[in-house]
Ligand binder design. Structure first.
Ligand SMILES: [Zn+2]
Ligand SMILES: [Zn+2]
Length: 117
């Protein structure tokens, strides 16, 4: 009497469409061949970091919108302010910091008042 009461069978499932098989190699092959990596590209405004998906707007449409956004900051005159905010929020990926003459040094003095003790 050595009959087993249960047995386990492993099925390997495709994470995309759910197709499954006991043949792991077959599923891995299916996954690679049937579901190529999707590409999405985002065009960002270099001042504020707003982005437009190429899949949604097309390559040209996304670039035009980003360029229009960029131009709008120049037209509005909020370029430096917006870029400065975007720079810090994005950790330096977008925008820039405009260092004015004397401005950085003045800022430094204000931030380190406690070192005089
Ligand atoms: Zn699949
Ligand atoms: Zn912008």
């Amino acid at each position: 009497m050595s009959r087993q009461r249960s047995r386990s069978v492993k099925y390997y499932c495709c994470p995309v469409c759910g197709k499954n098989s006991t043949d792991r190699i077959a599923i891995e092959k299916h996954y690679r061949e049937r579901h190529p990596v999707k590409i999405d590209e985002v065009i960002y405004c270099n001042i504020c970091g707003a982005g437009w998906h190429v899949n949604a707007y097309g390559d040209r449409g996304a670039r035009e919108r980003a360029a229009a956004c960029y131009q709008s900051h120049i037209d509005n005159g909020d370029m430096d302010e917006t870029a400065g905010r975007a720079f810090f929020l994005s950790g330096g990926s977008f925008g820039y910091v405009n260092v004015k003459k004397g401005g950085l040094q003045d800022g430094k003095k204000e931030k380190e008042p406690g070192k005089r003790e």
